[in-house]
Design a protein around this ligand. Sequence first.
Ligand code: GLT
Ligand code: MN
Ligand code: MN
Length: 393
Amino acid sequence: MTDSDRFNPTPADKFTFGLWTVGNSGRDPFGDPTRAVIDPCRIVAKLAEAGAWGVNLHDNDLVPFGASASERDKIVSTFKKTLDDNGMVVPMATTNLFSHPAFKDGAFTANDPEVRAFALRKTMDAIDLGVELGAGIFVFWGGREGSEADACRDPRTAIERMREAMNFLCEYVKDRSYDMRFALEAKPNEPRGDIYLPTTGHMLHFISTLEHEEMVGVNPEVAHEHMAGLSFVHAVAQAMEAGKLFHIDLNAQRIGRYDQDLRFGSEDLKQAFLLVRLLEGTGGGARYEGPRHFDAHAYRTEDDDGVWEFARGCMRTYNILKDRAAAFDADPRVQSLVDDNAASDTANLIASYSRENAQQVRALRSDLDAIARRGLHYERLDQLMVEHMLGAA
Ligand code: GLT
Ligand code: MN
Ligand code: MN
């Protein structure tokens, strides 16, 4: 074993990929596929060989749209056997509510109630499929829930319809006594001009308006928050702090572009470092214990070998960053530079209101000029972080 081998993934790392990610055939809006479709059972075997823990899927990644009940059962039983043979799990499932042209005006938010009813029916079936495969998390990515001609519906109506759908489906899960939680995934645009509930922050508030909010959390995606020009790390931190980080979609993205879904860490290394540091809790705070899911795909230039190279790259980069984050946070130079004065008398005084505290706050006479003159050494701190990332610390 070389030193570099210690970053190779194992199932204990809880890495997962969607069938649609490594299975991406390289089709884009301007060009045809560059790779052949890969059988889901082969994906399971290859991911297991690469060191992944599990695989996630949309209903139609496994069972083609319109398959008969007996076809479905046959496909599912073969797939389950392959999972068992390879020691792989399915922690998350989802529904494809975006590919069929009937969803062109949305699924849960469409103006036609028959489309909304069909979306519910398709989702109930996909929840059943997920449960059958052992999934405890169900993701909702409403790619078509948006508009171009915004006068087509009151955006408040769209939010109400989303709420009705979530309440309906939470009741379904409870009625069936399933052990399943929902994770809502935001995206600002693409494929719609604008998508409702465009960021993780919007989702977090929406969740607080649901009948069974305890069943519903978020599935933030790196690329989607970056498309909105926002800090992914801050969005994930807010979700964690609210106890709502149920799942996560890891990939890479450059701000201002279409949804690139690139190999984890391939573009935005500093954000990736800070993200892994947050998820692993090396800087303090609770660790995220859920699956580390990669919602990314190989460049269109790649053949089959390149796809598995891509998958290994996502996982190794995560493990390397985890190692670097632990070293950064254990560095005494870093520790001496980060002093957030958490336990000072003044911090205690302002932690909660009382008349007495308010009076003391008013009576404080701080030397603001001295505070303003004091350098905080964040240049040094950030440079140390860069040097740890580059292996030069
Ligand atoms: C689609 C989308 C992803 C979502 C998937 C789940 S499907 O590939 O781009 O961000 O997570 O529906
Ligand atoms: Mn995603
Ligand atoms: Mn994406």
